[in-house]
Design a binder for this molecule. Structure first.
Ligand code: SF4
Length: 420
């Protein structure tokens, strides 16, 4: 049997698709670009645009594979099951129960199994997935979110926080190390809340310690972090491990305190800036990246100017800036002061100018320094800080090598191997 698959959205979705594929392959399925027996779309609902793209992907895969069974899962089908059913989904799941989803595909029985996400209590362990060939693997340690930011539908699609116990995190990391992966990306929907559902309430640092100690020769990279988890103790414990990448992706969303309050975020800009300084103290010259929503309801020109000044002060390596997207059913959707699409996009472009300048400055600061690079192919890899690095001489894929940085084009670093 053959399957064709398309994934939208975040790293967790990518991870879960890789797990679905691994389970299908175990059962004798093969991937195919055409003539598939089943088409699978793992959907996303984080923005209205992701919903539109999810619908488009379902239609496209159906057209490319006439007669194939249509199997749909993910956040968009969790939120809009009727709409996905109307697109002709034969197997329709939400964002949970990937094992059952695969079972339903294998049995090729129509099943409408969108559950109630708030009743989920158990973390569903899935096979860990590979990204970038065989060099980097993702390890999902947490699902769900209890934060209810006013713009976000995720708590309604993914349900409450559920965590993989530290011993299981360690066992999964050990397996990935034994399979030869050189980097593990620790991921989840809201990993800062890791452990609050478990009996002895371990924290994220406990999970990271378990993973890092179980895979001592492997780089550990953290997925997106809520800044409030980054305390002195958290930094000290991670820095002591020695194999945690000096790259931290922080959910900023806005650099204006009023906007952060209306978003129901749990920090202010002063606290966020302290987190950046703290990370730099324990991980000198670390790469900091962030997410930013432009044009949140009620965001004035003055608020947005504060945000631009704030991101520049933080000195990020990269910021993923995107326009605010109305998600029906969320508090922000009913807030006054909704901005036009053109204004939101103009703000994204203005943020882009600041972001490009910051990136160039950060990359330039690496010239003359030595970066530790994991090579994804002979001439290209990523440093621990997550800077793309290119070299002329060939390095072996999957090796971690020292590179003396000699230049940058504002996007990537260029350099020479120094440890051959
Ligand atoms: S922390 Fe906020 S933005 Fe992130 S998943 Fe939870 S509710 Fe959504």
């Amino acid at each position: 049997m053959k399957y064709a698959v398309y994934t939208l959205g975040c790293k967790v979705n990518q991870y879960e698709t890789q797990a679905i594929e691994a389970m299908l392959r175990e059962r004798g399925f093969e991937s195919a670009s055409s003539g598939a027996d089943v088409v699978i779309v793992n959907t996303c609902a984080v923005t209205a645009e992701s919903g539109r793209k999810s619908r488009q992907a379902i239609r496209r895969l159906q057209a490319d594979n006439p007669g194939a069974l249509t199997a749909v899962c993910g956040c968009f089908s969790q939120l809009e099951p009727e709409e996905v059913a109307a697109l002709g989904a034969d197997i329709l799941f939400g964002s949970g129960d990937k094992h059952d989803f695969v079972d339903a595909i294998v049995k090729a029985l129509p099943a409408k199994s969108v559950d109630d996400p708030f009743k989920r209590r158990i973390f569903e362990p899935l096979p860990a997935g590979a990204v970038s060939g065989r060099t980097r693997a993702m390890l999902k340690i947490e699902d769900g979110c209890d934060n209810f930011c006013t713009y976000c539908v995720i708590p309604y699609t993914r349900g409450r926080v559920r965590s993989l116990p530290p011993d299981d995190c360690a066992a999964a990391a050990r397996e990935l190390a034994a399979e030869g992966f050189r980097e593990i990306v620790v991921t989840g929907i809201e990993i800062a809340s890791y452990g609050k559902d478990l009996p002895v309430k371990p924290g994220l640092a406990d999970a990271i310690e378990a993973i890092a100690q179980a895979a001592p020769g492997v780089r550990i990279r953290l997925g997106s972090l809520e800044p409030t988890v980054v305390t002195e103790e958290f930094c000290a414990r991670l820095a002591a491990l020695g194999n945690v990448c000096p790259h931290f992706h922080l959910s900023l969303q806005s650099g204006c305190d009023d906007t952060l309050k209306r978003m129901n975020r749990k920090y202010d800009t002063a606290g966020f800036y302290e987190v950046c300084e703290r990370l730099r103290k324990y991980f000198p010259h670390c790469g900091l990246t962030a997410d930013l929503i432009c044009g949140f309801p009620g965001e004035s020109e003055e608020d947005f100017s504060q945000t631009l000044a704030f991101i520049e002060k933080c000195g990020f390596l990269f910021v993923h800036a995107f326009p605010y997207s109305v998600r029906p059913g969320t508090k922000a959707a009913d807030m006054p002061g909704q901005l036009s699409r053109a204004e939101k996009e103009a703000r994204v472009r203005r943020a882009g100018e600041v972001i490009a300048r910051m990136r160039r400055e950060y990359l330039q600061s690496w010239i003359g320094k030595t970066a530790s690079v994991l090579f994804e192919n002979a001439h290209m890899g990523h440093s621990g800080q997550y800077c793309p690095v290119q070299v002329e001489a060939a390095a072996e894929r999957g090796t971690i090598r020292d590179v003396l940085v000699t230049g940058t084009d504002g996007e990537s670093l260029f350099g020479t191997l120094t440890d051959s």
